[in-house]
Design a protein around this ligand. Structure first.
Ligand SMILES: Nc1ncnc2c1ncn2[C@@H]1O[C@H](COP(=O)(O)OP(=O)(O)OP(=O)(O)O)[C@@H](O)[C@H]1O
Ligand SMILES: Nc1ncnc2c1ncn2[C@@H]1O[C@H](COP(=O)(O)OP(=O)(O)OP(=O)(O)O)[C@@H](O)[C@H]1O
Ligand SMILES: [Mg+2]
Ligand SMILES: [Mg+2]
Lengths: 254, 254
């Protein structure tokens, strides 16, 4: 199953979810691959990989000079591999414009990988450009991380419209797996207002698991590791393990 | 003076700074214009404007069907006008690719406006695409909002490289007015680590004013007003007024 983490709103927890949900799935012994499709390379550095040292990364695969198996590497978490990014990806947005079937470049290179990996996660940049469109065209499902803030709520309707268009034109099988509320702060009334509003408007389209604001989640990337290797007892680590099991329970994999 | 708020990292406080710094400059009786160049339209809604009701906005100006003076409107703050955005702006990234001198479209339409406005602020989207490049090519200075978080710090070197390239190729007068630390949380050690690191590496290129994490700043957009109209006594309102006076003091305007 291919799952994109997408939201054009910036800083809502796409990368934090990609890194920590993929690690939690691996801990549940699901063969997992994480693909970093953001030129910022935050997922790549979240696993302690320095993009400067990379001679093979996702940009090479998108422009066709390397295959996926040449760029995939192990992470420090068993059952979890990564396809790292590089800042060269910035060029891919323009270079892909002239490619044949430019929206399906990623989908084509992922063919066959579902035999090796049960879950493939794709971390997207904060925009609706060709990189994110490629991710949505290649995915079975999309998880929408949503910060418990006003601006994040405002952007939701626009994002849903975009996903509907992608579903109609590029990928009829794409479904929204759920909206994931992130950085929930129980001291802050706004978090409760956003929680109520989202649950009212989207009903069962919202994950029961809510990710709290937790400093260990923002510290762990500076140590180059997912939070469950940095501080397994933290609320941050616990909440992403809960999310992994919520997904596994609904999918029937135990 | 034209000032861009830019950083490809998402959620670092570009919009919050654009809205509240422009309002603070207006309170200091400086004729100010705020331009929303982000298809998310967060600056536009931060002033209570619903983009659905707009028949004239910045997209029309970029594609050449309207002039700036036809789209500029007053805000609820005296001395502050706004050039609002609309989601159609998403299309501009691709449509501008074929335009003549596509990086200078905004610069050309802003000519002459500096006679009416002492300060013109431009809120940018979280990417380094043509919209942000247009903003940087049109600006005298750029303010880099930087969240006191690890991923934000990581992206800084890349952003500086981009600004150097823009300066060399498109706009030799562009200078970095300063790095603005945002969402500083004195309960969180990471904030102090980022503050030390940034001041060590960039020295006088960092504003003395630091914006604290303050719930009034994230609540005020849901009431469609800058924080100084929502809660003038809040730390959030105070810090943006301090920033305005720090800029005015260095520029010599009192
Ligand atoms: N639950 C949380 N608690 C505390 N901090 C968090 C949490 N989730 C994310 N963060 C921090 O907030 C910032 C934004 O999160 P993140 O970078 O994951 O968002 P993003 O959507 O991937 O951003 P971008 O749009 O730039 O790709 C990061 O510095 C991250 O460490
Ligand atoms: N100092 C602050 N204290 C508390 N909340 C803040 C502060 N600054 C910004 N916020 C909130 O954090 C979120 C991100 O800020 P903002 O939207 O201004 O960032 P941005 O860089 O413009 O994001 P984008 O990259 O999506 O354009 C918003 O919900 C905003 O209300
Ligand atoms: Mg990210
Ligand atoms: Mg913004």
């Amino acid at each position: 199953m291919v799952i994109a983490l997408a939201n054009q709103k910036g800083g809502v927890g796409k990368t934090t979810t990609a890194v920590n949900l993929s690690a939690s799935m691996a801990v549940a012994e699901q063969r997992t691959l994480i693909i970093d499709l953001d030129p910022q390379c935050n997922t790549t550095s979240g696993f302690g990989i320095n993009y400067n040292g990379l001679y093979a990364h996702i940009y090479h695969v998108l422009i066709g000079t390397k295959q996926m198996k040449e760029i995939i590497r192990k992470t420090q978490v068993p059952f979890l591999d990564i396809a790292p990014a590089h800042p060269d990806l910035i060029g891919a947005e323009v270079e892909l414009l002239d490619a044949e079937e430019r929206e399906f470049v990623l989908r084509k290179v992922l063919e066959g990988l579902s035999e090796t990996y049960t879950y493939i996660f794709i971390d997207c940049p904060p925009s609706l450009g060709l990189l994110t469109i490629n991710a949505l065209a290649a995915s079975d499902s999309v998880i929408i991380p949503l910060q418990c803030e006003y601006f994040a709520l405002e952007g939701l309707a626009g994002l849903q419209r975009t996903i509907t268009i992608i579903k109609k034109r590029l990928n009829p099988d794409l479904n929204i797996m759920g909206i994931l509320l992130t950085m929930f702060d129980k001291r802050n009334n706004l978090s409760f207002r956003v929680w109520e509003e989202v649950n009212k408007c989207f009903n069962e389209g919202v994950f029961k698991t809510v990710i709290p604001r937790n400093v260990k989640l923002s510290e762990s990337p500076s140590y180059g590791k997912p939070v469950l290797l940095y501080d397994i007892s933290s609320k941050g680590a616990e909440s992403y393990l809960d999310l992994a099991f919520e997904i596994l329970d609904t999918k029937g994999d135990k």
